[in-house]
Design a binder for this molecule. Structure first.
Ligand SMILES: *[C@@H]1O[C@H](CO)[C@@H](O)[C@H](O)[C@H]1NC(C)=O
Ligand SMILES: *[C@@H]1O[C@H](CO)[C@@H](O)[C@H](O)[C@H]1NC(C)=O
Length: 343
């Protein structure tokens, strides 16, 4: 068996054992918009990489803006998923102080163009009831202004991959040698960045002013260990997790790294520690599709309880930029887009 096929099979086994739905979403757009944290701001302070339904807009008021009715396509494999998922993107800063966007690559076993891998994890105990998100639900995890390792939430981390086959596999996210800061050495297989959201909901609010307070973590133990949700946030929701594969290989020439040994990679919000890692989620599954998927213990990207589109159809769903500007894909930029403060 080819090494790659073997690894994909291993990943698939992991998927089944842990009751996790894992699927690819191709790149919808790169844009300086943030309909969750900065609705109406065009451009928003920093660049994002966004995937999902094409009803994505500068402003998406909860409930009023209904992604399944407003979208005509989605870049995600499951065609009933018009949610939007986004994170900041990463830039490499050369010695001459210009910036270039770090490209994304496809995760093992998936066929997408750029984009991310999305997980909805039921839990590790098959008996536990999991309640799908309600229309209008959205949340934020992490903080672009954070520069403190101890304030990075659990389940957000970086893995320096030795090779593109992700071999050795490295175990569960944010275990082993995964870090809360950007990898400090060159990585032969780029980076795997994991962003995991809280799993307990207050049962009432689809959003809160900080986009965080309506969700939290189990009171004792963890989601992974089957820890129960606290009484303030009693409803167990699916664990949403993103994996983003950054192909840093073209920037592995140490002669182009800063002479003082400092980190040459930056989040689009001006952070070269990595601690500002964050992710945004705007729920947009059609009807009861997500609940059906959870109840059916869907695994992988080909669940029979859900409608799946072809990979080519998902890849074909893209959106043009709202904030028309050079994103540094094919050229070196004098500043990060929007010139956020570097700290
Ligand atoms: C985005 O929202 C604006 C304001 O509601 C609306 O006029 C416009 O049609 C929307 N654009 C897209 C591409 O959906
Ligand atoms: C800056 O450095 C990059 C990477 O070495 C190089 O490709 C680019 O041409 C340089 N730009 C200028 C203006 O020197």
């Amino acid at each position: 068996m080819q090494l790659k096929a073997f690894l994909a099979a291993t990943a698939a086994q992991l998927v089944t054992a842990q009751e996790l739905m894992r699927f690819g979403c191709s790149q919808l757009t790169f844009d300086r918009i943030d309909p969750l944290v900065n609705p109406g701001s065009l451009p928003s302070p920093h660049m994002h990489q966004l995937i999902g339904g094409n009803s994505l807009n500068v402003s998406m008021p909860p409930v009023e803006h209904d992604p399944p009715t407003k979208s005509t396509c989605t870049s995600c494999t499951y065609s009933e998923d018009f949610s939007n998922y986004w994170t900041a993107n990463v830039y490499f800063r050369a010695r001459n102080n210009t910036f270039k966007k770090v490209p994304l690559v496809t995760n093992l076993g998936l066929r997408v163009k750029g984009g991310m891998t999305v997980y909805y994890i039921r839990g590790y105990q098959s008996s536990a009831k999991v309640t799908a998100f309600k229309p209008g639900f959205r949340m934020l995890v992490g903080d672009p202004n954070n520069r403190d390792a101890s304030k990075v939430p659990p389940g957000l981390c970086f893995r320096c991959e030795a090779n593109m086959e992700q071999n050795p596999f490295g175990g569960a996210p944010c275990t082993g040698s995964d870090t809360k800061y950007f990898p400090k050495s060159t990585c032969g297989g780029g980076w795997r960045v994991t962003v995991t959201f809280p799993t307990c909901w207050d049962g009432k609010n689809v959003d809160t002013p900080d986009h965080k307070s309506h969700v939290t973590y189990p009171a004792r133990g963890t989601f992974e260990s089957g820890g129960a949700c606290p009484s303030t946030h009693p409803v167990k929701i699916p664990q949403v997790m993103y994996e983003v594969m950054f192909d840093t290989r073209q920037f592995n020439n140490k002669a182009e790294w800063p002479a003082d040994g400092s980190q040459p990679f930056y989040w689009s919000h001006g952070d070269n520690t990595g601690y500002g890692i964050h992710g945004d989620y705007v729920f947009g599954w059609k009807g009861d599709a997500l609940q059906r998927a959870m109840d059916s213990k869907c695994a992988g990207d080909n669940c029979r309880a859900l409608q799946r589109q072809s990979d080519a159809q998902a890849i074909a769903c893209t959106k043009s930029q709202f904030a028309h500007e050079d994103i540094g894909e094919n050229s070196w930029l004098p500043t990060l887009p929007g010139d956020p403060a570097i700290f």
